[in-house]
Design a protein around this ligand. Structure first.
Ligand code: SF4
Length: 103
């Protein structure tokens, strides 16, 4: 009997996961990823690695969108950077992070 209720619970969880995925697909929403380095030179790719670029900042107080080198793009699009070539996530980070200068 207990295994039946566990099975129903698992089925319910699976159904919720499928429903969530279907809703995200239907809404056209997908997770923004800014890792595509196609078109970059080996040196530019190496520079991303050297500066430890990541799509998700380890320090919430230091996202790329708060960095003086960040170039924003349209909402839900990867931005750019004057230090690193290639797509940059607004919530990304690298070791060259510097706060935006006060205007
Ligand atoms: Fe992001 Fe680094 Fe560029 Fe600043 S320098 S925008 S932290 S990739």
């Amino acid at each position: 009997m207990k295994s039946n209720s566990l099975t129903r619970r698992e089925a319910l969880r699976g159904g919720i996961s499928l429903l969530t995925g279907a809703v995200l697909v239907a809404c056209g929403k997908k997770e923004l990823r800014c890792f595509d380095t196609a078109g970059l030179t080996a040196a530019e790719i190496q520079n991303r690695t050297n500066l430890k670029y990541v799509d998700a900042t380890p320090d919430p107080a230091k996202p790329c969108e708060g960095c003086q080198f960040y170039t924003p793009a349209a909402p839900d699009q990867c931005g750019g950077c004057t230090v690193l070539k290639g797509p940059i996530h607004p919530r990304g980070y690298c070791t060259s992070w510097a706060p935006k200068k006060a205007v």
